[in-house]
Design a protein. Structure first.
Length: 111
């Protein structure tokens, strides 16, 4: 499965395209989480740091870029985002929550 393509398809209804650098960073993070699900319990060290090294940036930049995707999705279509999340969203999902939402969908496609 091409995780980056799947991420792009999931985010396109929100108007989020590959112009956002966070899209490829999110895809890489999801690949890490698919290979090592326990990384979800230590996202900063086991996901953000790896992506940051690859992109030669600080881990906080990675978190901010994914948070930007979450904010754009919530701003554009909160009902659809809630449908994807399958739980009530009273505010914008954090970067980790957003990753988990997309990860669950990708895992279901793999099953």
């Amino acid at each position: 499965m091409d995780v980056e393509r799947e991420v792009c398809e999931l985010l396109r209804p929100f108007g989020i395209t590959e112009k956002y650098i966070g899209v490829s960073q999110l895809a890489l993070g999801l690949q890490i989480l698919l290979q090592d699900p326990e990384s979800l319990h230590a996202v900063q060290k086991r996901v953000y740091m790896i992506i940051a090294d690859r992109y030669c940036v600080n881990w906080k930049t990675i978190e901010r870029n994914i948070r930007t995707l979450s904010a754009a999705a919530m701003r554009t279509d909160p009902q659809y985002l809630q449908l994807l999340a399958q739980y009530p969203l009273t505010k914008r999902p954090t970067a980790v929550q957003f990753m988990e939402i997309i990860l669950r969908i990708i895992r279901s496609k793999l099953a």
